[in-house]
Structure formats: C-alpha cells, structure tokens
Design a protein around this ligand. Structure first.
Ligand SMILES: [Mg+2]
Length: 382
C-alpha cells in the first residue's frame, strides 16, 4: 500500500475559555491537520499541535515542513520505520526539526495501518486488552474563587465519567500556590497532580512549598511536573531528591536523547511523554520502553489538541505497558473537536478509553470535510 496524496491544512480553533500556565495564556489552538490518502483508497488523519516553547516548532515551521513532506512521500509505502527514516532525511535537508509535523504524519500512518488491518491502533502496538489509566482534568492558573468554581464544575459535569483526578497549574508564587492547592484539596476529595511549568526559579523555594503541601495533604498529591526552568537537570534533581512529592520531567524531555539524559542522571522520578513533543507514537514508544524498563513513572499529556490527536494519544496509552497516568483532556475541556465523535463518550470510570474501531477510531466531522472540500464558501468580511 502506497501513499497517493498528502493534504496539509492550517487549523486555528478558538478555545471556549482562555487557559493560563506559568509562562503564557492560550486563547486558540494553532494546529495543523494532515490527511493521507493511499492507493487503496484508505484515508488516515493526523494532527500537529505546535507550541514553540514546548515542541520546538511553530505552526509556520510545521506547515513548511509538511508541505515538503507532502511532495516527497508520495509513492512511498505506508511502513512506519521507512516513513520515519524519510522524515528524518527531510528534516536534515531542511535544516530544522518539526516534532509536531512528524507527529501528524505518524498518527495518520498508524490510522491507515489500523484501518487496513481492521484493528484499533492500540492493538497494533501490541496489547490485546487496553491499558486503561486514570486521566486528570486540568485547571489553569486562576484566582482562588475561580479555581474552586472550576473544580466544582468538573465534579458536577464529569461525575458520571468517574472523574478521580484533577491537575492544577501552579504559578511559581509560593503563597498563592499553597493557598490554591489547599483549597482544591478541601473542595475535591480525589487525587491531585500539580504542574509548575518551570515557575520556580529557586529550587529551595520549590522544595519548601512541596514539603508543606505534602505535610498537609500527603500522598493525595501524586506528583508535580517540571518545577524549575527547562533543561536545568541539576535543579530538577535537587527538587526531586528533596521533595516528598515526586517530580515528573515535562518540558525538559522532548527527544529520545533528552529522555536518556534524565534517566541516566536520575533527574526526575518520571517523564511526561507527549506525542507532539516526541514526534509521534513511533518515538514515544521508544521513550516509554527506555524509561519504563528503568522504573520511571510515565504519564502521557497533551497540548491544545482536538479529539483527533487525543485519540492517537489514547491509543498510545492503551497500547503501551509502563504508562500509569494520563492528562488527556484538551478535547473535552477546551471544546476542541473536529470529529463526528463526542470526546466525553470516551471518558469512562476516570480513564480515556480507545474506541474499539479500526485505526484511531475517529472520523473527520462532516462540517469540516465540507469546508476542506470547498463545498462551503466563506465570503470575505465586508
Ligand atoms: Mg506539564
């Protein structure tokens, strides 16, 4: 089976509410959509969600990478190893990397392979029964009152989905963070995870904050992601070694090489793998194996991704041993959907559950198909 055509689209989608982390506020997803068609008439879908400070590539870079890929991969067999070899060559010719461009192509190829074999992607990855792990729903940086309101809203809206875990974004302001975490723990009886997104410039302050929180709340706080500036592994190790709350490396681990460094230096207790950082399921599987075999905690997170890319991550988690935690919520919370499926339907008993359907198990929404096939003409604004 060969690639007949690759179509690439710029896809900007407004979020239903703005979302703040320690170093930025998001109001829209600036993503890319890829549709690959094969000579057997099978269509595969992929999505890239670039974010320069996290994935290393911008939307424009992902698009210019994919425009070249769209030309060069035509006529090539849909073979994952071979495709990634080609993508690597294209990157080195271009002189820049696009992790999210690779991720989009990777997902679309897995989607095609799954459809061809009539199996969900998680089974292609090697598990007969899905590995189901709890997912968190995230609360961004907000005032104390808004944090409480969001927690109550999640508890009410997702009680039937078995919500058991909330992730709170930290600002790096110790008093504010402690107040918000303590308040959340009063309002929400379940498990809590934290994400500082590099907010703590001083690791000793971070250690003090986490010790204090642990003393009051204990092991209900499962872990904290990326407390200190990205890439400073010595700082991260100091916090991990001195905090009763385990540290998970996120922004500091994009590539396999980054993961190897963290594993070797034991800079963290775990790694947050994202398909958008690693360059797709292919590389994410390698990182999971390397870190999982060494006993590192593994979670899978997301960027501002629609239900399409999230379905790829849900399949990746379901098909990969070692992964014990997920933070796959952008399609549900930010109302990002370009498929005919309802994201909330795959949130069951606190976990994201893959569809027992071939490939990624999602279909591009009819309204989007109409737009990209040019059947809907949007008149320019007067
Ligand atoms: Mg994170």
């Amino acid at each position: 089976m060969e690639i007949k055509e690759i179509r690439v689209f710029k896809m900007n989608l407004a979020l239903n509410e703005s979302f703040s982390i320690s170093f930025k506020t998001y109001t829209q997803a600036q993503n890319v959509l890829v549709i690959i068609e094969t000579d057997e008439g099978i269509e595969g879908y992929g999505e890239g969600s670039p974010d320069k400070s996290i994935t290393g590539d911008s939307q424009e870079e992902a698009l210019s990478f994919l425009r070249v890929v769209a030309k060069r991969l035509v006529g090539k067999p849909v073979d994952i190893d071979l495709i990634h070899e080609n993508l690597k060559t294209i990157e080195s010719n271009l002189g820049f990397k696009s992790q999210t461009g690779k991720a989009a192509i990777d997902m679309a190829c897995y989607d095609i392979i799954g459809k061809k074999l009539e199996k969900p992607v998680y089974r292609i990855l090697g598990l007969a029964k899905p590995n189901l792990v709890p997912t968190s729903l995230t609360i961004g940086i907000k005032t104390l009152e808004e944090t409480v309101r969001s927690a109550r809203k999640y508890m009410e809206a997702f009680e039937k989905n078995g919500l058991k875990r909330i992730k709170l974004k930290l600002s790096g302001n110790p008093e504010e963070d402690i107040r918000r975490v303590m308040k959340l723990s009063e309002v929400f009886p379940g498990e809590i995870t934290l994400d500082a997104n590099q907010g703590y410039k001083n690791p000793e302050v971070a250690v003090k904050v986490f010790n204090k929180l642990y003393k009051s709340i204990g092991s209900r706080i499962l872990f904290v992601e990326e407390p200190c500036p990205k890439g400073d592994l010595a700082m991260m190790k100091y916090v991990n070694d001195n905090s009763p709350i385990p540290v998970i490396a996120d922004e500091s681990v994009t590539s396999i090489e980054d993961a190897e460094k963290v594993i070797r230096q034991k800079s963290a207790s775990g790694i947050n793998i994202k398909l958008q950082k690693s360059g797709g399921i292919y590389y994410a599987s390698i990182i999971a194996k390397l870190a999982g075999e060494k006993g590192f905690k593994l979670m899978v997170g997301c960027n501002e991704e629609t239900h399409l890319a999230i379905s790829a991550s849900v399949n990746f988690v379901a098909g990969t041993p070692y992964i014990s935690s997920a933070d796959l919520d952008s399609d549900i919370l930010l109302n990002l959907n370009i498929t005919n499926e309802n994201p909330v339907d795959s949130f069951k008993e606190g976990c994201r559950v893959p569809a027992e359907k071939p490939g990624l198990g999602v279909r591009i929404a009819d309204w989007l198909k109409a737009i990209i096939n040019g059947q809907i003409f949007l008149a320019p604004m007067a």
